[in-house]
Write a protein that binds this ligand. Structure first.
Ligand code: AKB
Length: 320
C-alpha cells in the first residue's frame, strides 16, 4: 500500500477532525483517490476509517511523530488546520501560541526537508485589530490584533511569506471569516454563535446570543470556504500576488439579521442576549466586512452563499 502511495500525489490533512478538516477531507477524497488523502489528527475520527481512507495519529508539535508520517507517506501537499481559535486561545494563551506558531514552523521546516510541493495554512480575520478599518477592511492596512490567536496568525502569515521568498516554498493561505457549517461543530471561536443559533432554533425556537444585537461580523458558508480553499490550491502559482494570506469574504451580518432570516422559516424564533461575555470584546476588535479584491482578481474568487441561502441550507440539513 505504501509503495503505491509513494508513486502518486499524497495529501496530508492535519487537524482533519475539526470543523474545516471534516469537510475538506471528504471533498479532497471526492476529487482524488481516497487513499491519496491521509486524515491526521490527535483524535480518531467518528466515521469508519476503513471505508473513508487512511487515518494517522499526528501531533504537529511532536517532530518525531511528524517525521515518521512524512517518511512513510512522502506527502506532496500538506493542509495544516490544527489550531486553537480565538475564544479558547484566551483561556490558555501560551498553549495557543505554542500550537499555532510552533505547529506551523514545524511544517514549514518539514516541507523543506521532505521536498513537499504545496502547503496550505489558514489565517483568519482575527489578524485585524481595534485600529484596523472596520468596513471593507483591505488586504493591507493597520493590523494590531489583541488576541493570542490573532497575533499568532499574523506572525504565521509573516513566516509563510518569508519561507516563500527565502526558500521558494509554495505556501498558500486564506484569512477565513466565521465559518458556518452543519457537519462538524466549530471549535471555540468568537463567530461560533452563527452555528449554535441554528441548532437551538430547531431544538427550542430560541437562542441566547453571546454577541450583542448589532455586532456585525464577516461570515461564510462552509461549502464556499472549501471550494475557495481548493480553488486557491489549484490556481497557477504565477497568478498569486499574496503569499502571506488572502482576504476572503462571503457575507456579513449581525445576530439580529440572522434571527430575521431564521424567522422566515421558524416564525416563533426568539433571540435574547447574554451580557458581559468575553467574546464580545474580541468581536468588537474585528472588521465588520472584508474587501477581498485580491482573491477576486488573482484567482477569480466568487462567493455563492448569501445569508438567505446559508440559512436555508443549515436548517434543511440540521433538520434531517
Ligand atoms: C474564531 O472565531 O476564532 C474563528 C475565526 C474567525 O478565525 N472562527
Amino acid at each position: 500500500m505504501y509503495l503505491s502511495l509513494r508513486m502518486q500525489n499524497t495529501i496530508l490533512v492535519i487537524g482533519a477532525n475539526g470543523q474545516i478538516g471534516t469537510e475538506l477531507v471528504s471533498e479532497l477524497r471526492n476529487i482524488y483517490k481516497s487513499d491519496q488523502v491521509v486524515a491526521c489528527d490527535i483524535r480518531r475520527p467518528d466515521y469508519d476509517t476503513r471505508n473513508a481512507g487512511p487515518f494517522e495519529f499526528v501531533n504537529v508539535l511532536d517532530k518525531e511523530n511528524l517525521k515518521e508520517v512524512c517518511r512513510r507517506y512522502k506527502p506532496t501537499t500538506i493542509y495544516l488546520l490544527a489550531a486553537i481559535l480565538s475564544a479558547t486561545g484566551e483561556q490558555n494563551p501560551k498553549l495557543a501560541w505554542d500550537l499555532n506558531m510552533n505547529g506551523l514552523l514545524n511544517i514549514l521546516d518539514f516541507a523543506l526537508e521532505f521536498n513537499i510541493k504545496k502547503i496550505y495554512w489558514p489565517s483568519s480575520i482575527a489578524v485585524f485589530g481595534p485600529n484596523s478599518p472596520k468596513d471593507h477592511t483591505s488586504q493591507y492596512c493597520v493590523m494590531d490584533p489583541n488576541t493570542v490567536y490573532g497575533f499568532s496568525k499574523l506572525a504565521g502569515e509573516r513566516w509563510c511569506e518569508y519561507y516563500h521568498k527565502k526558500h521558494g516554498l509554495d505556501i498558500r493561505s486564506l484569512r477565513y471569516p466565521g465559518l458556518i457549517s452543519w457537519k462538524a461543530a466549530p471549535g471555540g471561536g468568537t463567530t461560533d454563535y452563527a452555528v449554535h443559533i441554528f441548532h437551538d432554533a430547531l431544538k427550542k425556537s430560541s437562542y441566547n446570543s453571546f454577541l450583542s444585537a448589532e455586532t456585525r461580523l464577516p461570515m461564510m458558508y462552509m461549502d464556499d470556504a472549501i471550494r475557495g480553499t481548493i480553488e486557491l490550491m489549484e490556481a497557477p502559482a504565477d497568478k498569486l500576488t499574496i503569499r502571506s494570506s488572502y482576504n476572503f469574504a462571503g457575507m456579513d451580518f449581525t445576530p439580529e439579521d440572522l434571527a430575521a432570516e431564521i424567522r422566515k422559516h421558524i416564525p416563533e424564533f426568539k433571540l435574547s442576549y447574554i451580557s458581559n461575555d468575553p467574546r464580545q470584546a474580541i468581536a468588537d476588535s474585528w472588521p465588520r466586512s472584508i474587501d477581498d479584491s485580491f482573491a477576486r482578481n488573482d484567482w477569480n474568487w466568487k462567493t455563492r452563499f448569501d445569508i438567505a441561502k446559508t440559512t436555508e441550507e443549515m436548517l434543511l440539513h440540521l433538520k434531517k
